[in-house]
Design a protein around this ligand. Structure first.
Ligand code: SAH
Length: 243
């Protein structure tokens, strides 16, 4: 299930009900910390470190096989770079896909929280691209960034930078600049809907890479996006057509 970007009031009522009805909650320890204590009371909590995705899902499946109602949590939505796909794949590979009941509970994706903090950058077609090349070859990521840029999509960059992966974001911006003007708006949001939230708006030619890490989402506007009064707006076209 997805528990949203962080704030307690951005956990959907459905996710809340499902958590309340669970015997076991499994998740990456940082995400479990985001949950209200009340939702965890009386539950078996299995907290796992980063990069232990297969172990995390296997533990959750084994709990279910042991007869316990189990929730495995992702931040944002679990079907967007989250655990939903892996749970289904593992169930399939173990021959359990039709034997175990699975509900995928939607969550508010973090790019939606990010976009609302920046203004209205996603009013037109957009592409979400993860810059993590841990599981995806970098040349495929480059191709997607370039195609999105050429296609004039607003571009949402997830997993933009970590301590070990520090050049990918610069390269991605270089590729985007091949098809977009230097004054294109760029929004950088860190820890949206969490303590420590920060929002920064600049342009393609003035990006402060030090503001960007794994807790950050970067949104690059399309050729019509504008900065108006500290907000990014991507016009849908109403004012050009009707005013
Ligand atoms: N399932 C999540 C995405 C997980 S990928 C979703 O639906 O949003 C992890 C990446 O998401 C991070 O590297 C970062 O780029 C972005 N992210 C997650 N939470 C965020 C937040 N609160 N603020 C800004 N970016 C966030």
């Amino acid at each position: 299930m997805g528990i949203g970007p962080g704030a307690h009031d951005l956990v959907t009522p459905r996710a809340r009900n499902v958590l309340m009805a669970s015997d076991v909650i499994v998740g990456y320890h940082v995400y479990l910390k985001l949950l209200e204590p009340e939702l965890k009371e009386g539950k078996e909590i299995i907290s796992t470190p980063m990069r232990k995705e297969i172990e995390r899902c296997t533990m959750a499946i084994d709990k279910v096989l042991g007869g316990r109602r189990t929730s495995i949590v992702s931040s944002g939505d679990s079907g967007i770079y989250g655990m939903a796909g892996l749970v289904l794949e593992l169930l399939y590979s173990r021959g359990l896909i039709d034997k175990v009941s699975v509900e995928i509970v939607p969550g508010i994706p973090s790019f939606v929280a990010v976009s609302s903090l920046l203004g209205a950058p996603l009013m037109h077609d957009f592409a979400v691209i993860s810059l993590s090349d841990l599981l995806t070859p970098w040349d495929r990521i480059e191709k997607r960034v370039l195609s999105a840029s050429e296609g004039d999509f607003v571009i949402v960059l997830y997993n933009p930078r970590s301590k070990k992966r520090d050049w990918q974001i610069k390269r991605a911006i270089e590729l985007i600049r091949e098809h977009r003007s230097p004054d294109t708006p760029v929004g950088i949001v860190r820890n949206a809907a969490r303590e420590d939230e920060s929002v920064f708006i600049s342009t393609l030619s003035h990006i402060d890479y030090e503001r960007i890490d794994m807790l950050t989402t970067v949104i690059v506007g399309n050729s019509s996006s504008r900065i108006i009064s500290d907000r990014i707006i991507t016009p849908r076209g109403y004012t050009e057509k009707y005013i």
